[in-house]
Each structure stands twice: as structure tokens, then as C-alpha cells.
Design a protein around this ligand. Sequence first.
Ligand code: SAM
Ligand code: F3S
Length: 477
Amino acid sequence: MSVIQVHKTPFTGGLFIKTYGCQMNEYDSERMAKLLATTYGLKLVDSADAADMLILNTCSVREKAQEKVFDELGRWQKWKAAKPNRIIAVGGCVASQEGKVIRQRAPIVDVIFGPQTLHRLPAMIKQSLDLRAKNLENKKIKKKAIIDISFPEIEKFDNLAAPESNGVSAFVSVMEGCSKYCTFCVVPYTRGEEFSRPFADVIAEITILASQGVREVNLLGQNVNAYQGLMDDGDIADLALLIHAARAVDGIDRIRYTTSHPNEMSQSLIDCYGEVPELVSHLHLPIQTGSDQVLAMMRRGHMVLEYKSTIRKIRKIRPELTLSGDFIIGFPGETCDQFKQTLALVKELNYDRSFSFIYSPRPGTPAAEFPDDVELSMKKRRLQALQEMLNEQTAQVSKSMEGSIQRVLVESLSKKSVDDLTGRTENNRVVNFAGSAQLIGQFVDVEVVEAYKNSLKGALVATPEAHKYSNTQYIAL
Ligand code: SAM
Ligand code: F3S
């Protein structure tokens, strides 16, 4: 671990971070906030007006997300003009993809960094401040942004401040990047090839978080189940081994992982569903389409049958497993029959919440060059039909939970009433129920009284004495 350099701070205001996209970005934003608090004493604020530094942590998976960045930068022009000493930094996948083009389109940007260089942010800010001071001394205004969008791989994790929990559940990034190169996806180009954090580093981070009261970890990676972490003895650990080790950390009682690739669902990972009760009965496993032909065009490397077989194996071990996925509608040339195969797959497997979007051509990816004769209006109709089916299935899962007893991790007081608590079920449903604040951070059994569209209403029940989780602390009511 290297020593983090503390800088003299010229800032009187706080730090405002706007995050787009995936959970990896959310995780990165949390780590940036911690890093800038340590190095510049910057405190997170929840409005740009109270800030001296703005960071946009961007996403370029779809065109819309990318364009939002430039809209946002347009809105920040006035903010910068009001106090020119303020700093604007742009990070994430748009920064990685566009580099200096960002500065050309938005000259107010001072620093441009990529997902793998965010640990260098304090030094880049210092360079930007030094440059500004020099320009003032020389009485000339040189317009220049500090840019570093390289991929120095694992260096990032060695140069971040120690993790700090802000709740009972925490993300832990275990691997970065992607080497799958699906024909539609920009991630391998913006985040670089897959690389995994060393096994001991991940477990050390989980142990620190657990000592701060974290009870649930969500192991993160663009392809988290491709994890291959070097161990101290030179062996390589897979995600299954990591899950077993995370389970052994005192205090950790619930484990999630996201996002996975169907080709990396190894037997050892499937076996975890029988061996690790702390692993939730919910799996996010994107398939994108129900058509083998489209899967081949997407270069996903598997067929629908193989995906279904994986789900069947896990459901044999955990019949209660709920499933979510990602779907791309209107891939270039997608026929009506191919789309119907997606609907049929969704119907057969029964999904519980999913992400579905119209295909967005991404510059530099192979699919952006594929001929596409499907009208946008047709794509929109297909998306609507799919989403109706997915929403109906989600509502049915919620409805089927009514009357059931759910194991809930209590997260906080409810936002709506101080007499109520908010927690989450294994399938990530928010449940509100009456209870005392001393239950925060505990696992309790809650009966689902009523299912609403986005949450559940529950009632605390007496918890059973003999419970399958040996190391779970149950509070007697
Ligand atoms: N590792 C995951 C997997 O195995 O598919 C995917 C991670 S990817 C960053 C997240 C999701 O973004 C994908 O599953 C896909 O549905 C969506 N996505 C990626 N590129 C897209 C594009 N060009 N248009 C629409 N959606 C896209
Ligand atoms: Fe993207 Fe495919 Fe990797 S969707 S993140 S290239 S698995």
C-alpha cells in the first residue's frame, strides 16, 4: 500500500459528485469522495452551489447517457463563471472514450480522468491548480486541461484511501474491466481488459467494512464471475472461493455479486448456492436476447439452452431463486421471430425485475457497422411489449411474497415515518415496517403484509430460534 499525499487545500466549499451508470461507478464515486476528503479535506455536499469542486462520473454504455454529460456541462458554465477558481473534473467511461474531445466541447473542464486513473485525481487537481497559478503570474490565460485516461490496472486499488462504510451494506469492487468484447459494448474499450484484485486485498477490505458494522457485501465487477485473484501462495482464487472467504468474515451475513456473464457460471459458483447460505437467492444474469442467432451476432459465446441449463441447475439447489437480467431490443437486423424468442424465454424463466433498452450503436464497436433495417418505431413497440411482460412478472413476484416471512436486513429509519424501519429482502425488495431503531444493522424476520409497486409493507414477527444461519444475531422481540 502506498502512502496517500495530503495537499494544502485552496478550497473553502465542498465537493459535489454526479454519478451516472452502473454500480461500479457508484463504488468509484464513493472512493473518490473518500480520497478527496483525505487529500484536500473536501466534504461531500448535495448541491453544486455549495461546492468548489464538481465531478461528473460518466457512463457511455448508451448514447443517451453520454449526451447527458454534455448537457450537464452546459448547465455548469454559469456555476464556473460565478467563481472561476472552481474545479470541474470529468471521469468515467465518457472521459475514457472521448479524452480531450470533452475539453474541446466543454472548455470549462479542468481535469479529465478515466475509471482506472481516479486514484491520480489529487495529483491531477494539484497540476491544474499549479497551472492556473502560473498562468496568472504570467498574465496569460493558457487553456489546458489535465488529462490522464490510461489503464494502469491494479495500481488504482493500491492508492485509494481505506474503505469507509456509510450503512449496513457495501459495494466491494473485486475486478475491473472486461475482455469479452460483445459486438455491441463499449466497456472493454473504456475500462480496459479484465483484471482482478488480489484475494487478500479484497478480504482485507471486507474485514474493515465488517468492523464498521457492514453486514452485507455486494461483490462488484463488469464480469464479476470472471474473478481470478492472485493468492499469497501463488494460486488463483475464483469467485466461489472468494464468496466462501467473505462468508467467513465475522459479521458478514449476506453476500451478493453483480454483474455476471453466463459463460462464467462455473460449477464451483453454482455449488455455492448449496454451500453458502449467506449467498442470496437472487441472481442477476444478463442474456440480452432469447435468439441463438442474435446471441451469435452479439458474440456472447453461448446459446440459450446453456443459459437455461445454468438457471435450472441453480433452481434445483435453490427453488426460490429469483432472476433478473439485461435485455437489448432491436439489435441490428433483429427479426420479429427473433424478438418473439426473447418474449418466450422471459415467459419461461420468469424474471424478477430487469433492465431492458433499445440497442444503441456505440462508436468503435463492431455492431455499429452492422446493417440495420429495423425501424425505430418497431424497436420501441418491441421494447414496450417486453417491458410489459417483465413488469407483470415483477408485480407477480411481489404479490406472491404477501403473507410470506422474509429475512430482512434492517438498513435505516424509514424516510416516510420515524416509527418505521426500512430494510431489504434477499431479492432486494425494500420493506417498510414498524420497529425500534436498535434493530438497524440486524437481520429480522418480517411478514409481508402488502405488496406495492416499488416496495413492500411488512410486520415484524417473532424470529425463530433455530435458523439456518449459524452466525446470525437474532434479536428477541
Ligand atoms: N457483464 C454483463 C454481461 O454479461 O452482459 C454486462 C455489463 S454491461 C456494461 C451492462 C449492460 O448494458 C449489458 O448487459 C447490456 O444489456 C447493456 N448494453 C451494453 N451496450 C449496450 C448498447 N450498445 N446498447 C444497449 N444496451 C447496451
Ligand atoms: Fe460489455 Fe459484454 Fe463485457 S456486455 S461489459 S463486453 S460481457
